[in-house]
Design a protein around this ligand. Sequence first.
Ligand SMILES: NC(=O)c1ccc[n+]([C@@H]2O[C@H](COP(=O)([O-])OP(=O)(O)OC[C@H]3O[C@@H](n4cnc5c(N)ncnc54)[C@H](OP(=O)(O)O)[C@@H]3O)[C@@H](O)[C@H]2O)c1
Length: 246
Amino acid sequence: MKILVIGGTGLIGANVAEKLITKGHEVIIGSPSRGINIITGEGLSESLKGTDVVIDLSNSSSPEEENALNFFKTAGKNLVEAEQVAGVKHHLVLSIVGIDHVQYIGYLRAKKKQEDIIKNSGIPYTIIRSTQFHEHLSTIIAVQGEDDNVYVSTLDFQPIAAEDVARYVVQLALEKAKNDTIEIAGPELAPMDEFVSRYIDFTGQSKKVISDNDNKYMFFDFPKSVLVPEGTYKKGEIYFDDWAQN
Ligand SMILES: NC(=O)c1ccc[n+]([C@@H]2O[C@H](COP(=O)([O-])OP(=O)(O)OC[C@H]3O[C@@H](n4cnc5c(N)ncnc54)[C@H](OP(=O)(O)O)[C@@H]3O)[C@@H](O)[C@H]2O)c1
């Protein structure tokens, strides 16, 4: 199959592209550095000629509200228009668990917009909603840290390894479009502050976790269990401790 991986140079995208190439598919890496830009439209219609599947693993340059909303709205419109002309048979997009309940947060409103544009396009689609990646822990420490302290809440947390995410993206992209949303999450649920403490220990950082019951994440208020799946979901295989120790 010919498959366009938008964001194919990113954390998940590069892994997905490599797995698809190993399986013998014709893969086009879609990113500005490869001459394909979903905001300006550069290279988009050319790359879609004869393409069966589009996998959207792009991200905005920052999570700031206006930037993210502009990015996902413009990219969604450009992608849908070009894919309709090309007759793409399956569009898969990677989104985030729980976003319906936290639409007061700009970045998550932008991700919902990204989902809605593809849902309403008439193009066969699959939406994968994932929990936070194991790899995202270092961002939490950087953003919520101050000097040697890291302030972390006890929100329910169930991170998944990027490797597991990429495996599910590949598996579902090669199946028929579900026209539905599928959730994925890691194998272990625990309070967020526990995961951060374990990560700090495993990586030998001299930081101290200050636990808080304020249900904050990235300075926003979250309902206690919104970051973990509510119903059925596909489970990742890679445990956090095994990932952190390797
Ligand atoms: N972080 C988490 O825990 C988490 C959890 C669930 C879902 N997600 C979602 O997963 C998705 C992928 O995340 P990631 O961490 O793998 O992303 P990432 O590493 O930040 O990669 C983003 C990709 O988007 C590409 N890109 C940026 N602007 C573009 C443009 N104008 N045209 C085409 N491509 C463009 C980048 O290309 P360049 O390399 O050329 O800049 C890069 O390949 C995101 O949409 C995110 O919302 C993340």
